[in-house]
Design a protein around this ligand. Structure first.
Ligand code: UDP
Ligand code: MG
Length: 316
């Protein structure tokens, strides 16, 4: 019998966790003739009853595993911890706890990966119906930018709902970076992906954990993690300014030698100084962002710390 591990990152999901368990188990038990399945809940430092609920479910069902972090390390870390444990299974799935990812899609996804034709089956949203308008617009612009400037192609509509074969998860785990951007990692590692259309669904209960600020940080991590092109801006700006200043110099000399009256250039010089000063500061800021990331990576801290688990998993 083949094995399946479903990783579920959870942060303050007390309202929805039991509902998620019931719905997912209904689907999973329909597969029990061919697959034995474990649910791997990762409590990302929740401050509500999420961890207690997980423990309760684990007590009544041995197929439930839980890993609880010592604080909130973020969804990326939660997915990583879940995958590090679940890599022992033949197939590994990742899905959100809020039932926005329909468990009913699991059998279809699994059949694509199990057929051997694909290494990954991933859900792709068909539209952005029901989503916050501002967030959708910002998100669209982010994907346009990242696809233009980086070496990888990330689908605008890809969701964090996927089932992968063991070798794909091994590849994901082989990337050692601390600042993780899974959408980039999944694209970077390659493999054959079957995209499955998935209708956008409302959260079953509770609230989204992603504020605009958090999403913005996530977007910057994504862009800086997958391209060095912002660092090249210095060359482009330097070249452009050299050209403009040469042109301005020639223009000033010619104008003052042709015109009879003296025309002051001070306002232009001031404007040019402020402009160039601003550009230099922006470029230093970009350098600082990369430097900060190098510093974070060089510390080699663990990506998460586990406070409780019934998996006896090591920290990586
Ligand atoms: N999540 C997490 N850690 C965080 C934020 C979110 O583990 O710091 C989990 C959350 O519990 C959920 C999934 O990631 O299972 C997606 O989060 P959410 O539904 O809030 O995001 P949205 O669907 O609104 O993008
Ligand atoms: Mg959600």
């Amino acid at each position: 019998m083949k094995t399946l591990g479903l990783v579920v990152p959870c942060y303050n999901e007390q309202e929805v966790l039991e509902l998620f368990y019931d719905e997912t188990m209904k689907v999973v038990s329909s597969l029990s003739d061919n697959y034995s399945c474990e649910l791997v809940f990762v409590d990302d430092g929740s401050s509500d009853r999420t961890c207690e609920i997980m423990k309760g479910l684990a007590l009544k069902d041995p197929a439930v595993k839980y890993i609880s972090f010592s604080r909130n390390f973020g969804k990326e870390a939660a997915m990583l911890a879940g995958m590090s444990y679940a890599v022992k299974f033949d197939y590994i799935g990742i899905m959100d706890a809020d039932l926005q990812h329909s468990p009913s899609l699991i059998p279809e996804m699994l059949s694509f990966v199990d057929s051997g034709e694909y290494d990954v089956a991933a859900a792709r949203r068909e539209d952005r119906a029901g989503e916050d308008k501002l967030k959708s617009k910002l998100s669209e612009s982010f994907y346009k930018v990242i696809n233009k400037v980086s070496e990888i192609e990330i689908s605008d509509s890809a969701q964090d709902f996927r089932i992968m074969s063991k070798k794909v998860v091994e590849a994901v785990l082989s990337l050692p970076e601390n600042i993780r951007f899974s959408k980039g990692i999944f694209s970077w590692i390659g493999f054959k992906v079957k995209w499955i259309p998935h209708e956008n669904r409302e959260r079953a209960a509770g609230q989204t954990k992603w504020s605009i600020r958090k999403l913005f940080k996530y977007a910057i991590d994504g862009i800086l993690g997958y391209t060095n092109s912002p660092l090249r801006l210095g060359f482009i700006c330097g070249g452009a300014f050299a050209f403009i200043s040469l042109f301005a110099l020639i223009y000033g000399i010619v104008r003052n030698s042709v015109s009879a009256e003296y025309i002051s250039s001070v306002p232009y010089i001031m404007a040019a100084m402020f402009f160039i000063g601003a550009v230099i500061l922006v470029l230093i800021g970009i350098l600082g962002e990369y430097l900060g990331r190098i510093y974070t990576e060089s510390k080699q801290r663990p990506k998460y710390i586990i406070s409780e688990t019934n998996t006896r998993q090591n920290i990586i």
